[in-house]
Design a protein around this ligand. Structure first.
Ligand code: G3H
Ligand code: 13P
Ligand code: NA
Ligand code: ZN
Length: 325
């Protein structure tokens, strides 16, 4: 069945790679994730956001994930390592409902709360979840942009001097930190970037690796999580715009930075927006080139193929979680 994150994180830290945490809210995304994970022999975390629950129904998503374990076996993987994780849980009740329903991992995101309230809420979730061997991700520091329906103008980097106290008091199993990533396809303003003379493309300012180093010094070997880790592939953005879309100045995290993070104690890297871009690009292309088609399989099929290609690329070329089963 589904597994929690404990063993896979310990192995990832030792092995210098990161587990992909891909969001899903529909069947095509799930199929693409599982196919990519099986073909590359990678462990994988399936993430469900609050918005995904509202869109697709928690019960359906939970049984889809359970079905995915069976599907992976049918695809030829005898021992799949698949986690079903709640992304950005914002209350004890939501986390409890996911634990009760069979999720194997939850995030409680109290990062926007005053420190002591974040500690108390996270500890309450940990105390409940651990009774059922469900692992818990907490968060310290705030990502700029929209996170958990809270909008922040600026990044508030994680304070390394708080992490030992937080982890000790809450008992959480992993810690999401803020080092300059953010959610969505617009992670940087063009005026924050410089132009790479070789490619003519915008290069964003570097992530705050000094903050990550500070955290790792305080918490040696403790599992660290990076949210907002889409790279916003320019070819997908270009395809979307070529076929009638309008994504202006969409900028993500350079893959080199994610590669570097994956080699450290960062053992879970969250990617959602890139999958949305891959799906949308493929669908727009079919619509533009084959306006006579109206069978959803004719455009959702290519969308699924394009997502699978993206997931495999992340696993093999960025996170390094291939050949770990
Ligand atoms: O954390 C954000 C994830 O990308 C989920 O986004 O809330 O739109 O489902 P969502
Ligand atoms: P992206 O928007 O960069 O894909 O981040 C996803 C995420 O952090 C989900 O929790
Ligand atoms: Na790692
Ligand atoms: Zn996130």
């Amino acid at each position: 069945g589904l597994v929690n994150t404990r063993e896979m994180f310990a192995k990832a830290i030792k092995g210098g790679y990161a587990i992909p945490a891909f969001n899903f809210n529909n069947m095509e995304q799930l199929q693409a994730i599982i196919k990519a994970a099986v073909e590359t022999k990678s462990p994988v975390i399936l993430q469900v956001s609050k918005g995904a629950r509202n869109y697709a129904n928690q019960t359906l998503l939970r049984y889809m994930a359970e079905g995915a374990v069976q599907y992976a076996k049918e695809l030829g993987c005898p021992n799949p390592q698949i986690v079903l994780h709640l992304d950005h849980g914002d209350s004890f009740e939501l986390c409890k409902s996911c634990v009760d329903m069979g999720f194997s991992s939850v995030m409680i995101d109290g990062s926007h709360l005053p420190y002591d309230e974040n500690v108390a809420l996270t500890k309450k979730v940990v105390d409940y979840a651990h009774q059922y061997d469900v692992t818990v991700e907490g968060e310290l520091g705030v990502l700029a942009g929209v996170e958990d329906e809270v909008v922040a103008e600026h990044h508030t980097y994680t304070k390394p001097e708080e992490v030992v106290d937080f982890v000790t008091k809450t008992g959480c199993d992993s810690l999401a930190i803020s080092i300059g990533t953010s959610h969505g396809a617009y992670k940087f303003k063009p005026e924050q970037c410089h132009v790479d003379p070789a490619t003519g493309r915008l290069v964003p300012p570097p992530l705050a690796f000094d903050v990550l180093d500070g955290v790792m010094k305080e918490l040696p070997g403790f599992p660290i999580v990076l949210h907002g880790s889409s790279s916003v592939p320019q070819e997908e953005v270009d395809t979307i715009n070529k076929y009638g879309g309008k994504l202006e100045a969409a900028i993500g995290i350079p893959e080199d930075e994610l590669r570097k993070a994956a080699k450290s104690a960062v053992c879970k890297i969250n990617i959602d927006s890139d999958s949305r871009l891959a799906m949308t690009a493929a669908i727009r292309k079919v619509f533009a080139e084959h306006p006579e088609e109206f069978d959803p399989r004719k455009y959702l099929g290519p969308a699924r193929d394009n997502m699978e290609k993206l997931y495999k690329h992340k696993i093999i070329n960025v996170l390094g979680s291939n050949d770990k089963l």
